[in-house]
Design a protein around this ligand. Structure first.
Ligand code: XMP
Length: 327
C-alpha cells in the first residue's frame, strides 16, 4: 500500500465516538513518531491547521511551536481569534508574527493575479523560514494536509492553491495526522477536540486570502473595504440563519469607482460585489438565490458603515462562466 493512500478499510469518521478513537490513535502515533523532540506548525486559523494544532497540543503540549503569520489579508477578527483560542484557551506555545506591512509592501502596484499569488506564497515561506531559523531544536514540521490535498496534487491540479504548503527545503520530517481525512471528518474531529464552531465550521477561505478579493493592485483602503464589508455580510448571513447553509460567501471590491450621492453631495467611490455560491466540489457552482430584503439590508449597512463605498452589486453568475473568486 502506498504511504499516501487512505487504507481501504478505514472507517469514515462521522460520530463523536469515532472521532475520539481517531484522536486516541493519532495522539499515540504522534508521541511515537516525535518522542520528546520539538514540532513546528504554520497555524493559519483555517480548519485543517487548527485541528492539526489541537491534536498536537493534546499529544505533546509545549513541544509544539505554532507560528501564526498575519499577512494582512485575513478576515476581520481572525488573527485575534487564533491568539485567543490557541494561546489563551489551549495554552499553546504560539508565536504571532505581524507581517502586514511586509506583505502589503511587496504587493504594492502588482496587478497580475498569478503574480500576486506567487508573491504571497513566496513571502509566506520566507517569513516562516525566518521564524524557524530563530528556534532551537525543531525536528519536525506538522502540516494540516488532508486527503483531497493528496488526491489533487497526485492529479496535478490546483498546485497554486496551497499557499501554506511549505517546501521540503526547510529540511524537517513531516507530521501529517489528518492526511487520510476528508473535510467533513476533520470537522467532526475538531469539534471533539473542543475547538469553537466558528473555527471548525468555517467556509473555505483561499490561501491568498482577501488579496484575491481586491482585484488589481491591492490598496489599503480597498482592502479595508473588503474586510469590513465581508464582516457585515457574515453578520447578516448569521442573523438570517444562512451560516453553514451557503457554501461560500464573501465580498469583492474591484479597482473601479462610480458616481454616487452621499449626504447630498456627489461621491465618486468604490463599489462592493457580493458573491454567495453553493457547490459540491468547487469545480462548478450555483448562485444562492438570496432574499431581496436581505440584499437590501446588507446594501444599506455596507453603504452607510463602510467608508468609501457608495454602491453594492449582487453577482448572479454561476461557475462556469464565472469562477468563484474574482482572480
Ligand atoms: P475558483 O475561484 O477557482 O475557486 O472557482 C474554487 C475554490 O478554491 C478557492 N481558491 C483558492 N484556495 N488558494 C486557495 O487555497 C487559492 O489561490 C485559491 N483560489 C481559489 C476558492 O475560494 C473556492 O473555494
Amino acid at each position: 500500500m502506498s504511504e499516501n493512500k487512505r487504507p481501504d478499510d478505514m472507517q469514515r469518521i462521522t460520530t463523536p465516538e469515532l472521532a475520539r478513537a481517531f484522536i486516541d490513535e493519532q495522539v499515540a502515533a504522534i508521541k511515537a513518531q516525535v518522542g520528546s523532540k520539538k514540532v513546528l506548525l504554520a497555524l493559519s486559523g483555517g480548519v485543517d491547521s487548527s485541528v492539526t494544532a489541537a491534536l498536537l497540543i493534546k499529544a505533546i503540549g509545549q513541544e509544539l511551536v505554532c507560528v501564526h503569520v498575519n499577512h494582512g489579508l485575513l478576515r476581520k477578527g481572525e488573527p485575534e481569534q487564533v491568539v485567543s483560542v490557541f494561546r489563551d484557551e489551549l495554552g499553546a506555545n504560539l508565536i504571532y508574527v505581524d507581517a502586514v506591512d511586509r506583505f502589503l509592501g511587496k504587493l504594492e502596484g502588482v496587478t497580475d493575479p498569478e503574480t500576486k499569488r506567487k508573491i504571497i506564497g513566496a513571502e509566506f515561506i520566507e517569513v516562516f523560514a525566518e521564524e524557524a531559523a530563530k528556534l532551537d531544536g525543531i525536528a519536525y514540521l506538522a502540516q494540516g494536509t488532508i486527503y483531497p490535498d493528496i488526491l489533487e496534487s497526485d492529479a496535478g491540479t490546483k498546485a497554486h492553491h496551497n499557499v501554506g504548503g511549505l517546501p521540503a527545503k526547510l529540511g524537517f520530517e513531516l507530521v501529517e495526522p489528518l492526511k487520510f481525512l476528508f473535510k467533513d471528518e476533520v470537522r467532526v474531529v475538531g469539534r471533539e477536540l473542543g475547538l469553537p464552531s466558528g473555527m471548525v465550521d468555517r467556509q473555505p477561505f483561499p490561501g491568498p486570502g482577501l488579496g484575491v478579493r481586491c482585484p488589481g493592485a491591492i490598496t489599503r483602503d480597498r482592502l479595508e473595504a473588503v474586510r469590513e464589508s465581508d464582516a457585515i455580510l457574515r453578520e447578516e448571513f448569521k442573523a438570517a440563519g444562512l451560516e453553514g447553509k451557503v457554501w461560500q460567501y464573501f465580498t469583492v471590491v474591484p479597482d473601479f469607482r462610480s458616481t454616487g450621492l452621499k449626504d447630498g453631495k456627489r461621491a465618486f467611490e468604490w463599489l462592493v460585489i457580493i458573491r454567495a455560491v453553493n457547490t459540491r466540489d468547487a469545480m462548478t457552482a450555483t448562485v444562492e438565490p438570496l432574499p431581496y430584503d436581505l440584499l437590501a439590508k446588507i446594501t444599506d449597512r455596507i453603504t452607510s458603515e463602510v467608508p468609501g463605498i457608495n454602491r453594492v452589486l449582487y453577482d448572479v453568475t454561476p461557475k462556469p462562466t464565472g469562477t468563484i473568486e474574482y482572480e
